[in-house]
Unconditional design. Structure first.
Length: 214
C-alpha cells in the first residue's frame, strides 16, 4: 500500500520517535498525533503512538491505538497484530497485568542465556502464549527442541503475524532437515490461509514455484 505523506507529517513523525526514544512520552504523543492528523491514512504515526503508550504504562490507550493501526493496515504492520493480541489477552485476564510491557522489553535483552531462562519461565506460567514459544524457538539448542517450540506456539491460537512466522520457521526447519514433503505441506498451509502476511504468502509461493521448476 502506498501513502501520500506530506513532508511536514514525516518531520513530525521523526521528531515524535526521537522524543519517545528520550523518554519524553507526552511530547512524543503530541507530535505523533499532529503527524497522524496530516496523514490520516498512514499507519506509522499511530503505530509509534501505540508503542509509546505501552511504554508509558497506558495499556488501554495502547490497545485502542493498535486497533486504529489494524484498521488502516488489516494485513499487518510491523508487530501491530502480535502486540494487539497480547494486550487483548492481558485485558481479558489470560495474562497478568503489565505483562505486555514487560514482554516487549525482552527485545533489548542482550544475554541469550538469560533471555532463554525468562522465556522458559513464561511458557511454564502461560503455556498458551504463542509469541514466547516463537522467541524460544529462536534460542533452541537443537532442531527437535526448536520444532517442539514451534508446534507449541501454533497450538496456542497465535495471532496472524506470529502464526506466519511460526509456519515459515517450521517449513524452513523441515527443508533444512531434508524433508521437502513436509516443508511443502506447511507452505501450502500458508498460501491457503487468508490471514497470513503478504510476505509470508509470497515466500511460500516462491518456494513452491522453485520446487516445480526443480
Amino acid at each position: 500500500m502506498t501513502y501520500e505523506i506530506p513532508p511536514e507529517a514525516e518531520r513530525l513523525h521523526a521528531e515524535g520517535r526521537a522524543a519517545g526514544a528520550r523518554g519524553d512520552y507526552e511530547h512524543a504523543l503530541a507530535l505523533l498525533a499532529q503527524a497522524a492528523d496530516l496523514a490520516p491514512d498512514w499507519p506509522y504515526p499511530p503505530y509509534d503512538a501505540a508503542f509509546t503508550l505501552l511504554l508509558a504504562g497506558d495499556t488501554r490507550g495502547a490497545q485502542a491505538m493498535y486497533e486504529r493501526v489494524e484498521a488502516l493496515s488489516p494485513r499487518g504492520f510491523f508487530t501491530c497484530r502480535t502486540t494487539l493480541d497480547m494486550l487483548r489477552r492481558e485485558h481479558a485476564g489470560w495474562l497478568s497485568p503489565g505483562f505486555s510491557r514487560a514482554f516487549m522489553s525482552l527485545e533489548w535483552m542482550a544475554d541469550p542465556a538469560e533471555k532463554k531462562r525468562i522465556l522458559v519461565g513464561i511458557t511454564r506460567q502461560f503455556p498458551d502464549f504463542p509469541p514466547a514459544w516463537m522467541e524460544l524457538a529462536n534460542l533452541a539448542a537443537s532442531p527437535d527442541e526448536r520444532m517442539h517450540a514451534l508446534d507449541r506456539g501454533l497450538e496456542g491460537g497465535p495471532d496472524p503475524d506470529t502464526k506466519t512466522t511460526l509456519l515459515l520457521n517450521k517449513a524452513g526447519l523441515h527443508a533444512a532437515n531434508g524433508d521437502l514433503a513436509s516443508a511443502t505441506r506447511v507452505y501450502r498451509m500458508l498460501i491457503d490461509d487468508p490471514e497470513v502476511t503478504p510476505t509470508g504468502e509470497a515466500f511460500a509461493r516462491a518456494f513452491l514455484q522453485n520446487q516445480r521448476r526443480g
